[in-house]
Design a protein around this ligand. Structure first.
Ligand SMILES: Nc1ncnc2c1ncn2[C@@H]1O[C@H](COP(=O)(O)OP(=O)(O)OP(=O)(O)O)[C@@H](O)[C@H]1O
Ligand SMILES: [Mg+2]
Length: 297
């Protein structure tokens, strides 16, 4: 019970820090940021849509236009706690998170965000989907969301749409991204998975996967790529994949994640990439700021 209380207190402190500081949560002290070495596109790279000039821009537009449209069912999204399709009071916490994440990544020149957690069922997929769906309301930005939880894919269920091809087929180059990804509102591409991939670690570690992601980044010039990953402490898939990203968000769940697990997860993620922050999900604590905003609106 004491441990649980400590975890809650730590989590509460993280959440309050997130409200007070421009970083998202317990962002690690910023020593030299880790560079994603697998991103050859970065040096020469188009920094988003504005930097893509002339005919290159037309080609990028054409690739986005080719993607299969995804028309979400708002009730299905609501049932799955994806609340950011429209600007409503209930989308507000995820909208704040979206803006913080986006601004921090832009400030650092980062484009690839991993979402992981210490243990299972912390809310990674819910967070990833809410960020991506919320970003679809930012018409000037392009986002790509990838279901990289190859063992237990769930974005397809949460969004209520099955892809024609598996993500493995795209990552290994059997199927072009244009045939695999679907597109929400013309500016959020989603690469989902159909079934568990038995050799998931090999796929996530493969040079071919890195090449495919680099090509997608070059060809689609997204402002942000979001990767929904498995928990850190379930197999080694996340460790195998983190070399492909610029930074990671760690999702902890109140009354579910122990503070020792969160500490260990943060340490291990920090060895492999930049820790953008910690999101505390499902927290019932009401801070003074929340009391104020509840009574204000
Ligand atoms: N804040 C919340 N309040 C209530 N239920 C939630 C909340 N966040 C997530 N859930 C529910 O908890 C379950 C797990 O969430 P989700 O799938 O997002 O977690 P996950 O970390 O991706 O899990 P996994 O480790 O299995 O990939 C889902 O049923 C989701 O709808
Ligand atoms: Mg998940």
């Amino acid at each position: 019970m004491e441990k649980l209380q400590k975890a809650l207190n730590d989590a509460r402190e993280a959440r309050e820090n997130a409200l007070r500081h421009p970083s998202i949560g317990q962002a690690k002290p910023s020593v030299a940021p880790k560079v994603n070495q697998n991103d050859p596109a970065r040096a020469a790279a188009p920094q988003g849509r504005r930097a893509v000039q002339g005919s290159a821009s037309t080609q990028v537009d054409a690739r986005w236009a080719e993607l299969m449209p995804y028309e979400p069912n708002p009730d299905h999204l609501q049932r799955n706690r994806i609340l950011t399709l429209n600007a409503e009071p209930e989308s507000n916490p995820f909208d704040v998170l979206r803006t913080k994440v986006f601004m921090l990544m832009q400030q650092n020149g980062w484009k690839r965000l991993a979402i992981t957690s210490p243990n299972k069922a912390c809310g990674k997929t819910t967070t990833a989907c809410n960020l991506a769906v919320g970003l679809s309301r930012q018409r000037e930005h392009r986002t790509i969301l990838f279901d990289m939880d190859l063992r237990r894919p769930s974005i397809s269920d949460q969004l209520g749409r099955r892809p024609q091809h598996s993500i493995k087929a795209m990552l290994t180059g059997e199927v072009p991204p244009e045939s695999q990804m679907i597109c929400l509102r013309g500016n959020v591409a989603i690469s989902m998975n159909t079934a568990a991939v038995p050799d998931s670690t090999q796929v996530l570690m493969a040079g071919r996967t890195t090449d495919t992601l680099n090509r997608i980044q070059e060809n689609f010039a997204p402002d942000i790529m979001i990767f929904d990953l498995p928990p850190m402490f379930v197999a080694d898939d996340t460790r195998a994949f983190l070399k492909n990203v610029d930074c990671a968000l760690i999702v902890a769940r109140a009354e579910h994640t122990k503070s020792s697990q969160l500490d260990q997860c943060e340490r291990e993620v920090a060895e492999l990439t930049n820790v953008l922050g910690v999101v505390l999900n499902d927290c019932r604590h009401v801070s003074r700021e929340d009391e104020y905003s509840d009574s204000y609106y």
